[in-house]
Design a protein around this ligand. Structure first.
Ligand code: ZN
Length: 263
């Protein structure tokens, strides 16, 4: 199906989207929080420990406005390339920083949520046109990290109605970390050589109209809800609003997943 962007209102897809934003807090996070708050869009922000140390205020500000802070490691290493001990330290140190953000905000932490940097669960990652998939290269290490996350109280939220085969075959809802069904690929413009023909916002918005549900491009596919991935990096701030606005235009409605409340 070819979609003419001018006629987008005609192809509105009614489905739910869960918004996740990685690599925060940036210097621009407050502006993004205000924008989402005003639009009544909930989001899970996956924070890097090193950034949390630098910018404490904004996370408490976001928590008070109902946003959820997750853990995205301390300084974004590839978990397949660091020792077990270092993996655990990355999770633990950032966990305490997130905990402190909730304490400062005076809000009870609703759940403990984790996202691996680079989508590397300990066995590396695979990069396809539609985004990241974990590699299962080192099953013992992957399992130990999952066990550690569970022991720390990390959980998989109840994302409803995710119906992609590629996603469900990889068992991504069975693990203790949070994956995504739609990678906006906003990050692709930061690469030395832009990837997959993505040079800027234009290509990123165009990609949102593609119909390839089993290749990670299913925004027009009504049968599955979405876990959307964006990044909170200052170099990408200019794309934040247009991407969200386009998701709204397409008819997606944002929601918070349910938590089991072990956090
Ligand atoms: Zn990241």
């Amino acid at each position: 199906m070819n979609i003419n962007r001018d006629k987008q209102a005609l192809v509105m897809v009614k489905k739910i989207a869960y918004l996740t934003i990685d690599d925060c807090p940036s210097e621009d996070m407050k502006r993004k929080v205000d924008f989402l708050f005003e639009k009544e869009i909930p989001a899970i922000w996956f924070c890097r420990g090193e950034f949390l140390e630098k910018r404490q205020e904004v996370t408490s500000y976001a928590i008070k406005r109902g946003f959820i802070m997750g853990n995205h490691s301390y300084n974004h290493p590839l978990f397949s390339r660091i020792t077990f001990k270092e993996c655990f330290r990355q999770i633990k140190v950032t966990d305490e920083l997130v905990e402190n953000a909730y304490l400062r905000a005076g809000v009870k932490r609703p759940a403990k949520l984790f996202r691996f940097p680079w989508g590397d669960k300990g066995g590396g990652f695979e990069l396809k046109k539609g985004g990241f998939l974990p590699r299962q290269k080192n099953p013992d290490k992957i399992k130990s990290i999952q066990d550690f996350l569970r022991k720390q109280g990390y959980e998989q939220p109840s994302f409803e109605n995710i119906r992609y085969d590629w996603f469900n075959k990889a068992n991504l809802l069975k693990d203790a970390d949070v994956w995504f069904t739609y990678d906006s690929m906003d990050w692709a413009i930061l690469m030395e050589k832009p990837m997959y023909g993505i040079y800027g916002l234009r290509e990123i918005l165009k990609r949102m109209d593609e119909d390839a549900p089993e290749e990670g491009m299913g925004l027009n596919y009504a049968d599955s809800n979405e876990i959307i991935l964006l990044h909170d990096l200052t170099e990408l701030t200019f794309m934040f609003r247009p991407i969200i606005e386009k998701l709204l235009e397409k008819g997606l409605r944002f929601q918070t997943p349910k938590f089991h409340g072990t956090g």
